[in-house]
Design a protein around this ligand. Structure first.
Ligand SMILES: [Zn+2]
Length: 301
């Protein structure tokens, strides 16, 4: 198993195998591509461009793909996937990052949710395709990933594709066809973000299901401490240790930990080593790789 950091700052943290920098998160802020790290790019989730170009926002009969649309669960604003101007820009951005990064991971690669996108351009493209609606949406996402993978492979870098934690309805909801994407992806990353892991059984179940349906290595992304979080509203160290151990025993290929910056993850490492009761508790969970990671952290200090 591999373990990694997934940070909003271009920093590495000792004690991890993979280091991911969120070069362009869904807020739409853009950093500088970082050498020696995987660079993560959110493609169509983009609050900045949604604000700047309201006409680029994806639409449904139940309103736009904006955080203000309470019919859906949008944590960020989402752009239409077929806008040629934006599509070309984001592909170029991906390629530029691939030139310098150790690898590329993409997030937000898909349609906003079921019912999207019914802008006049999407409807016209669908009509011209001769495909049914679901097939057209799936093909649109797959083609985007095919092109993005070409831009990354040109620089001979690993290409990791971010999905959403829905093992059953990803195709219907987002146009994500796991099997169609698998040939282009070196691995899949699936976030199971939550500000509480009080019921780890659910997350373990999700990880197990995803590992079972995905045909490339699966990395699960766990939420430690996001930018601007209230310290009282982030997962406890005990929850993080238990959920990580339970995810690790499902046979997934890796776990990434999301944090605002390197210091937040170092704080987590330190707190994990001090949580002796919890470490004792997870000893018999059957998560040997995770216990080895904890030992590795012990030897850093
Ligand atoms: Zn559209």
């Amino acid at each position: 198993m591999k373990f990694g950091s997934f940070l909003f700052s271009p920093e590495t943290v000792e004690g991890f195998d993979i280091h991911v920098y969120r070069l362009k998160p869904e807020t739409g802020t853009i950093g500088t591509p970082k050498e020696g790290m995987y660079n993560n790019i959110a493609c169509f989730g983009d609050n900045t461009n949604a604000l700047k170009h309201p006409e680029w926002v994806s639409i449904s009969k139940d309103g736009p793909a904006l955080r203000t649309n309470k019919r859906y669960n949008f944590r960020w604003d989402i752009l239409c996937m077929t806008n040629p101007e934006y599509r070309e820009w984001i592909l170029g951005f991906i390629e530029n990052a691939a030139k310098v990064a150790s690898g590329i991971t993409l997030s937000s690669i898909h349609f906003a949710d079921h019912g999207f996108c019914v802008c006049s351009r999407c409807v016209e493209l669908w009509r011209q395709s001769g495909l049914n609606w679901m097939e057209w949406r799936t093909q649109t996402v797959t083609k985007f990933i095919e092109e993005a993978s070409e831009r990354v492979k040109k620089w001979d870098k690993p290409f990791l594709v971010g999905l959403l934690p829905d093992p059953v309805l990803s195709k219907e909801r987002f146009g994500i066809d796991f099997d169609a994407l698998a040939p282009y992806a070196d691995a899949f990353i699936v976030p199971i973000f939550s500000k509480s892991y009080a019921t780890p059984w659910h997350f373990e179940t999700l990880a197990r299901s995803l590992k079972s349906v995905l045909k490339k290595p699966v990395y699960i992304n766990i939420y430690v401490y996001g930018p601007g979080d209230n310290p009282k509203e982030v997962p406890t160290v005990s929850e993080l240790l238990k959920v990580s151990a339970r995810v690790c025993r499902t046979g997934v290929d890796g776990v990434l930990f999301l944090a605002e910056n390197a210091q937040r993850l170092r704080d987590f490492q330190k707190a994990a080593l001090q949580a002796e009761d919890v470490l004792k508790e997870i000893e018999d969970y059957g998560a040997d790789e995770f216990l080895k990671l904890i030992d590795k952290w012990r030897n850093l200090s």
